[in-house]
Design a protein around this ligand. Structure first.
Ligand SMILES: Cc1cc2nc3c(=O)[nH]c(=O)nc-3n(C[C@H](O)[C@H](O)[C@H](O)COP(=O)(O)OP(=O)(O)OC[C@H]3O[C@@H](n4cnc5c(N)ncnc54)[C@H](O)[C@@H]3O)c2cc1C
Length: 289
């Protein structure tokens, strides 16, 4: 099906894009890679009067090192994240996540900012960015503000982004020394979206004890979420098999699990536990344990 007709804008400066958004607000939708917006428009699930193409904006794509870690431009494609030597050296977890999104065609067009603004409940980045405690930088003609990843996902495909704002950058800090990280997913066989995906980071002290654990999960609820029960259960443990299994049994605690056409709530609870265990085992192995 063809999308409903719309006015197309291709601003060449961020200021011009923000001025358009300030004027048009929710009558307009930004266009990044188009791999979520265009299918929605063709299905008439989205019918914006105006589409603001972000692809001619300078500096919206790219990855740079910061004192704390990395700053990733919102229009950076999944492939650029997957293949970046800077990401591989600084935050390899993000390269691992980007590399399991969909297929090469989607990864070459889809962007990290588009994924986070779209906030599909089965998208891959959200679990890892929650676990990494990333910060998302939004811009409007009024200025910039920083939103913590934990405050970003507010409901099913609903984020903290205001209608006159663009997501411009994602800031991620380097985890502490002694951290191992992994992302493990159970992909849908057709789309590769996550039926469940768990990102885990564990940090050990000199004696091998867990000083810090951060886990994020995607796919099983209306939004990605942290796994606070698992994180608490790991604190101070030796991160051995028994500790991992005991902690992973708490994966479903506090999650908003509902039956859908992918799985029942009971199945999702089981998947959460299994994939938390697998992600933790991989993260522990990479932490030198
Ligand atoms: C066949 C298929 C399989 C897929 N499989 C997966 C998968 O396995 N895992 C996964 O995570 N994703 C998957 N995706 C989704 C893919 O990652 C998309 O690229 C992503 O969700 C949207 O990014 P985009 O750049 O294409 O955004 P677009 O489609 O251009 O935009 C998506 C939404 O975000 C808004 N937006 C875009 N950029 C900004 C910005 N900078 N500021 C504010 N709003 C903005 C748009 O207005 C729109 O509402 C799949 C998509 C397809 C088509």
């Amino acid at each position: 099906m063809y999308p409903a007709s719309f006015h197309y804008h291709a601003p060449t400066t961020l200021e011009a894009a923000l001025a358009l958004l300030a004027e048009l607000k929710d009558r307009a939708r930004p266009l990044a890679g188009g791999h979520s917006l265009l299918p929605m428009m063709k299905l008439r699930l989205a019918q914006p009067e105006h589409v603001i193409d972000l692809r001619k904006l300078p500096d919206l794509a790219g990855i740079r090192a910061t004192d704390a870690g990395l700053a990733i431009g919102a229009a950076t494609t999944h492939w650029q994240v997957e293949s970046s030597p800077l990401v591989a050296a600084t935050l390899p977890l993000l390269a691992e996540v980007a590399g399991v999104i969909a297929d090469p065609q989607v990864r070459n067009r889809g962007t990290i900012g588009g994924s986070l603004a779209h906030a599909d409940p089965a998208a891959d980045y959200p679990a890892s960015l929650l676990a990494l405690e990333a910060e998302l930088v939004c811009a409007s003609i009024k200025g910039r503000r920083v939103v913590k990843a934990g405050d970003w996902f507010q409901g099913l495909m609903t984020t903290a982004l205001e209608p006159d704002e663009l997501l411009v950058e994602i800031r991620v800090s380097r985890p502490p020394a002694g951290t191992g990280a992994a992302y493990v997913k159970f992909p849908h066989p057709a789309t590769r979206f996550a039926i469940v995906g768990v990102a885990a980071l564990v940090t050990r002290d000199g004696q091998g004890r867990c000083t810090r654990a951060r886990l994020g999960i995607t796919g099983v609820g209306p939004t990605a979420a942290r796994l606070p029960g698992v994180e608490a259960a790991l604190a101070g443990t030796a991160l051995d098999r028994a500790a991992i299994e005991a902690a992973a049994r708490r994966a479903a605690e506090g999650l908003d699990l509902q039956d859908d056409r992918q799985a029942t709530a009971t199945e999702k609870a089981a998947l959460a536990g299994v994939f938390a265990r697998r992600a933790l085992a991989a993260a522990v192995a990479r932490s030198g344990g």
